[in-house]
Design a protein around this ligand. Structure first.
Ligand code: ATP
Ligand code: MG
Length: 385
């Protein structure tokens, strides 16, 4: 993702306890979280976190309970101050903001969506959505207009005069989202925002967030402990364990090349075929204008008529003595997941031609697919029985 740098987390460490600086020195000398707690009653929240989050992306922070996700995200709007390190938003050091600048920053630039919806029960949906705007001094008619737009965006038009108690959990979560969107903040911090929802509604919300994101291009930092959610939403994912980042990357890159055993165990039951794209696996394919031009080549080559038509040919001896047969090529988009390639691969004995924006970007054969789906224990990816 090519957006410019929006949030930079630089060497951030956070220790909870009476003397964090002394405790940090012990951690730097190699003491782990458990030993620190046992010997000095300090909690290692985060240790030397470095992250770059780009404008317009959804950046997922994931990890098990207690790994430091909430602690990390709360640094972004300075609900928590680090023991060491810096957080830069748009190049500006958040720690250097004076109280007035920090208030402005928290109102205009970042907005937080919580797991428990945190709605005001005696106010209507609309009043909840525009509460922050009114507090911020936005005139009521303008606030109502903006609030209604967001209510429509999250699919709650018609419910603006209801009270939160009259809504389902999923609808309340949408009100929370609309409220965060209404502030027009560039950065949305979402801490387990969907975790309280049941699976179907949760999936609905995930798809809706993707829709909204496709239109609004916010920078979203999304916390979850659910790997499927992380893979569905995240352009990049950081995996935390015991306050440390174990790996950062795209979902596919983490699945294909886990940085260590912990990450490998974490991702082992994911259905890789749904996540890995054909483009990520494609191998370079040679493209020729006609069969004769391919006479010196070997293996499968692509014959392109230059007008969008493609054939496949097994180049080699046959080609040299004019016997090679030109076969129809089956094309697949680079963005398609590998699961979508299964059918076409299974029916034919030849690789697929992978296309990006109407141009050939490579070849994809069975061997490559099987190798990519193989776990490091030799079994093929997919949920374990
Ligand atoms: N205010 C605090 N005082 C002391 N320890 C804290 C405080 N806040 C967090 N911690 C500790 O820091 C660690 C990270 O907690 P954090 O809340 O960031 O985890 P999390 O990944 O968000 O977990 P969960 O998935 O359960 O929400 C935990 O060990 C926690 O006990
Ligand atoms: Mg948390």
């Amino acid at each position: 993702m090519a957006g410019r740098l929006k949030i930079r987390v630089e060497n951030v460490s956070k220790i909870f306890g009476g003397n964090p600086t002394a405790a940090l020195a012990k951690v730097r000398a190699g003491m782990g979280k458990a030993e620190l707690l046992e010997t000095s009653n300090h909690v290692l929240g985060l240790h030397e976190i470095n992250l770059d989050i780009r404008e317009g992306e959804t950046f997922v922070i994931m990890g098990l309970s207690g790994s430091g996700k909430s602690t990390l995200i709360r640094h972004f709007n300075r609900l928590i101050e680090p023991t060491a390190g810096r957080i830069l938003v748009d190049g500006e050091d958040v720690l250097a903001l004076n109280p007035a600048a920090l208030r402005r920053f928290c109102r205009r630039k970042v907005s937080m969506v919580f797991q428990r919806f945190a709605l005001l029960p005696h106010k209507t949906v609309l009043e909840n959505v525009i509460y922050g705007l009114i507090m911020d001094g936005v005139p009521k008619p303008a606030a109502r207009d903006r609030g209604m737009q967001q209510i429509e965006l999250v699919g709650l038009a018609g419910f603006e005069n209801h009270h939160p108690g009259q809504l389902s959990g999923g609808m309340q979560q949408r009100v929370g989202l609309a409220r965060a969107l209404a502030t027009d903040a560039e950065i949305l911090l979402m801490d387990e925002a969907f975790s309280a929802l049941d699976p179907l509604i949760r999936h609905d919300m995930q798809m809706q967030l993707r829709d909204i994101q496709a239109r609004l291009h916010k920078t979203i930092v999304f916390i979850t402990h659910d790997l499927d959610e992380a893979l569905l939403l995240g352009n990049h994912i950081a995996i935390l364990k015991d306050g440390m980042v174990r790996q950062v990357g795209t979902g596919a890159s983490i699945l294909m090349a886990p940085a260590d055993d912990y990450v490998a165990r974490f991702v082992r039951d994911v259905n890789r075929a749904r996540i890995v794209t054909c483009g990520a696996l494609a191998e370079p394919g040679q493209v020729f204008a006609n069969p004769q031009a391919a006479s010196g080549a070997s293996g499968w080559v692509i014959i392109s008529d230059g007008c969008g038509g493609h054939g496949l040919m097994r180049a080699g001896t046959g080609a040299r003595n004019g016997e090679a047969k030109l076969e129809d090529a089956i094309t697949i988009e680079a963005s398609a997941n590998v699961e979508e390639a299964f059918g076409a691969l299974a029916r034919r004995d030849r690789p697929l031609v992978v296309m990006t924006d109407g141009r050939v970007s490579g070849l994809l054969g069975w061997q490559t697919v099987l190798k990519a789906l193989e776990r490091n224990d030799g079994t093929i990816g997919g949920p374990r029985c």
